[in-house]
Design a protein around this ligand. Structure first.
Ligand SMILES: C[C@@]1(CC(=O)O)c2cc3[nH]c(cc4nc(cc5[nH]c(cc(n2)[C@H]1CCC(=O)O)[C@@](C)(CC(=O)O)[C@@H]5CCC(=O)O)C(CC(=O)O)=C4CCC(=O)O)c(CCC(=O)O)c3CC(=O)O
Ligand SMILES: NC(=O)C1=CN([C@@H]2O[C@H](COP(=O)(O)OP(=O)(O)OC[C@H]3O[C@@H](n4cnc5c(N)ncnc54)[C@H](O)[C@@H]3O)[C@@H](O)[C@H]2O)C=CC1
Length: 424
């Protein structure tokens, strides 16, 4: 390999650059917060080129940021939207801008991560932000008004209402009322009215926004306005926005890693779909948990002799063991367990154990599925189903839920095709 070829190869296999797609704001404090967050993400992802692009109001735009990253990163880019909800920016504006940037660098691939909102770590942060202003108030005697942006997409507003419910149950508050700054209701004054009517004495208004900007300003102004009209009403405190904290950076870094793995696999792990004849052959499963339970029946249906090595078994696996359909070694995996197995599933919840199992299987030339890290194994489990006497299998791109959904659709389609099963 020449030096140039080697450099090209290194660029191709290097981790792709990240572009953080933020909203943009006229508030200089908000723009500075987005930059501070990007710095924290750089700390969390050493060696990764981290760029920042904005939907509006702040430069550079997302298309420019994506094009720049694609030219420096050998045509592979991960975009993580710095957005809590899945409104119009996440569904439309950012994908359109990505496409504009991507087509400027022919042949490039962009992986686009989901929005941040559902991550449980962000809910923990919300509880922390509330606790920071509670002071001597107890959670049980405090009403929270959780303020979101409001959107023309009902599903996005419903996610905010669901978040309010989760914060209520997880934080043990008297109640959590959702409110919206724009587009939909209840607006913030209406939610404060509602809290007062329900007898609230202490209210914390929580702006559920990432950074300082118009949304935070409006939340503060509307709260102050409401209080001046209700001088004898409940006491009201306003919590801070999320800000460029390490936890938010960790969520962005996690989203990046998931998409980067997907890009790796989609590009470099083509698989061959085979129908293994396992009748009477030894198959080893290491780990007796949920995933092992989901996979064991298909192996037994194929007539495999299934051996499970695991300190624990789920109830279903235990019943199969009692019925003599599988054999069980009730202990941790040990070197040598692969033995004569033709096919191995490394499904423990310990990545170190799964690595050792996969390495032993590799040496023994037995194909091995790794449940925790597809790239570390030598086989993938297809999503399968039976239809019209046929076995239908789908292997995807490490998007198991999508793969399973496609399988469901195929099973249904095959069932209704005009090629009847002659045995029916
Ligand atoms: C690559 C592959 C290799 C292999 O394991 O064989 C793989 C890998 C991984 N899966 C992960 C997570 C989940 N996988 C499922 C479900 C299924 N996974 C299946 C197959 C495959 N999964 C292989 C081909 C995939 C493809 O073709 O796209 C299905 C289709 C078939 C089956 O299991 O029978 C089955 C559908 C079941 C059905 O019929 O409905 C669920 C849902 C659940 O468990 O309820 C989750 C929880 C998260 C979520 O919901 O997204 C993780 C992260 C683990 C972690 O976080 O540590 C990895 C590791 C990685 O990607 O590196
Ligand atoms: N590929 C896939 O479809 C999915 C993969 N996963 C991954 O697979 C792993 C297993 O997931 P679950 O089955 O849900 O976990 P689980 O917690 O239900 O089961 C883990 C099993 O591993 C066993 N185990 C632990 N240490 C062991 C050792 N040293 N030797 C042998 N067995 C050992 C445990 O006793 C338990 O039976 C998870 O860590 C996750 O990374 C999770 C969901 C889906």
């Amino acid at each position: 390999m020449t030096i140039v070829e080697r450099a090209r190869e290194a660029a191709r296999t290097a981790r792709p650059p990240l572009v953080i797609a933020a909203h943009g704001t006229r508030d200089p404090e908000g723009a500075a917060a987005a930059r501070a967050l990007a710095d924290r993400v750089r700390e969390a992802l050493p060696g990764i080129d981290v760029g920042l692009g904005f939907v509006e109001l702040t430069a550079p735009g997302i298309a420019d940021a994506v094009a720049a990253a694609a030219s420096s990163g050998a045509g592979r880019v991960v975009v993580v939207p710095l957005m809590l909800g899945s409104g119009g920016h996440v569904r439309r504006d950012i994908p359109e801008a990505i496409e504009v940037g991507r087509t400027r660098v022919p042949g490039s691939t962009v992986a686009y991560a989901p929005h941040l909102g559902p991550d449980p770590l962000l809910r923990t942060l919300t509880l922390d932000r509330i606790r920071a202003v509670l002071g001597d108030w107890s959670a049980a005697s405090t009403t929270i008004v959780l303020v979101g942006r409001g959107c023309s997409i009902a599903e996005t507003n419903a996610q905010h209402v669901a978040l309010a419910r989760l914060v209520e149950e997880e934080g043990g508050f008297d109640r959590v009322l959702p409110a919206f700054i724009q587009v939909t209701g209840p607006d913030l004054p209406a939610a404060l009215d509602q809290a007062a009517l329900l007898g609230a004495k202490q209210i914390v208004v929580v702006p559920n926004f990432l950074f300082p900007g118009a949304m935070r300003t409006w939340t503060r102004e509307q709260t102050a306005g409401w209080r001046s009209h209700h001088p004898n009403g409940p006491e009201v405190r306003v919590a801070e926005v999320i800000g460029p904290c390490a936890e938010l950076a960790a969520v962005v870094a996690e989203r990046y890693r998931a998409e980067a793995r997907r890009l790796d696999d989609a590009g470099s792990t083509p698989v061959y779909l085979s129908g293994l004849v396992l009748r009477g052959r030894d198959v080893l499963i290491v780990g007796g948990g949920r995933v092992a339970e989901r996979r064991v029946m298909a192996l037994l249906d194929a007539g495999a002799r299934v051996r499970v090595v695991s300190p624990t078994l789920t109830a279903v696996l235990s019943a199969l063991e009692l019925a003599g359909r599988i054999t069980w070694s009730a202990r941790a995996y040990r070197a040598g367990d692969v033995g004569e197995a033709w096919y191995v599933l490394a499904l423990s919840d310990d990545p170190g154990v799964n690595t050792r199992v996969a390495t032993e299987a590799e040496t023994a030339h037995a194909f091995c599925v790794r449940g925790d890290h597809a790239g570390g194994g030598s086989a993938w489990t297809p999503a399968t189903g039976r239809s019209a006497g046929l076995l239908v299998g789908v292997v995807g791109r490490r998007e198991p839920r999508r793969t399973a959904a496609v399988r469901d659709a195929l099973v249904e389609t095959v069932r209704t095709l005009p090629v009847p099963d002659p045995l029916d």
